[in-house]
Design a protein around this ligand. Sequence first.
Ligand code: URP
Ligand code: ZN
Ligand code: ZN
Length: 490
Amino acid sequence: MADFDIVVRGGTVATASDITVCDVGVKDGRITALGASLGPGAREIDAGGKYVLPGGIDSHVHIEQKASVGEGVLAADDFYTGTRSAAFGGNTTIIPFAAQYKGQSLRQVVQDYHELAGPKAVIDYAFHLIVSDPSEQVLGQELPALIKDGYTSFKVYMTYDSLQLDDYQMLQVMEVARREGAMMMVHAENYDVIRWLTNKLTAKGHTEPRYHAISHARLAEGEATNRAIHLAELIDVPVLIVHVSEQRAMERILWARNRAMRVYGETCPQYLFLTADDLDRPGTEGAKFCCSPPPRDAESQEAVWRGLQNGTFQVFSSDHAPYRYDETGKLAHGPNPSFKQIPNGLPGIELRMPLLFSEGVLKGRIDLNRFVELTSTNAAKLYGLYPRKGTIAVGADADFAIWDPEETRTVTWDILHDNVGYTPYEGREITGWPVLVASRGRIVVEDGELNAERGSGDFLRCALPEPARPLEQPVPEMDPASNFGAHLLD
Ligand code: URP
Ligand code: ZN
Ligand code: ZN
């Protein structure tokens, strides 16, 4: 008679804080024991010489979402191909966006995304909201009610014609986030700087993909990041600056964190492994690399590595925003589109963790605990999924991946499981791959095969990320004049 449904034997089990060689016992979808020489399991898995890590949480992915640039273009991955690809990359949870476009009811948008995800997802998922139309109805009713229903984080954009909020609107949504205890994610780029540069460049006939990187100037990112942090300071609300690419923005995040402000930073593989030169590839191939903010240069790559080491960043996500390199995606506006018509975004859901493992852990830039923290644990904590997700502990969901630290593969798009048809990381050699992935005790990936039914992933309601800080406890070192009015909001 088996004591467990599964026992994973003799692996090196790593969490954000510990590394132990032990067995992992799983029953009814949960981890029920960690220890030496556990009793028998109905399924025994030998993990000797391998790492057993918490399943990745990719907390920034765009699935079945309309592009913010390029009218009518839809992301290439649906909830089946997106979650399948995520699972092969060692993930057991994704947090995509339920994206509101102007005029839409936020509640309806959430319902629509549930209808898309429910029948297709093969691993678990929660939703962030995207708030682009902070109407009275949204601010007064829909957003507070959705936060209470388990959608406890939302993203706002400081740029893009279709999504941008001005500073007044940013303050309005921050006020709701503060009152409800939600986490606000900010796409920080200065809209007018980008618009002005875009108009100047295109008026001179500079329309090739490489000008996308020039129009999305580093200064636009640094300025908007600084502004978002100051608006958050005024209201005293937590903010997470997403997809950070460069030093100015990083400096502002670190500045805030050194003042114990609840400011968090996220970065992504494209800022470690690509540069603006990739947008200058022959023909229109540079379109494959158009994302916002764009990849920068070698110096920024080094700075981003330092940010992963020194605590500037808490989250490493993919910002998987996949568009095929054809008329359904990147080339929807013809074979030679102006950069301003190219849908923004890159695929990365499957390679996010292998890239960071190979170049970060195996090359000694970050240790295994930090890898786990950046790819799983911190996202679970910041978005209210911890400790059910994001760790290997008794009582947690049995979401884990067994990694072979010695397996080397050369990346080609056809070894991946998304629906994109190319990868920005073509030809890279990656060492260290997840070889078995379990989601709530179901072995979903093994021997290169997916063993999960469409629709078997569960929707996760998120708790509030952290209790709102009582105002009677001023933040140490914070300028008392800067958030003088915050208490008037309560
Ligand atoms: O270029 C990007 N990152 N596209 C996806 C949308 C977003 O801003 O995250
Ligand atoms: Zn964004
Ligand atoms: Zn994004």
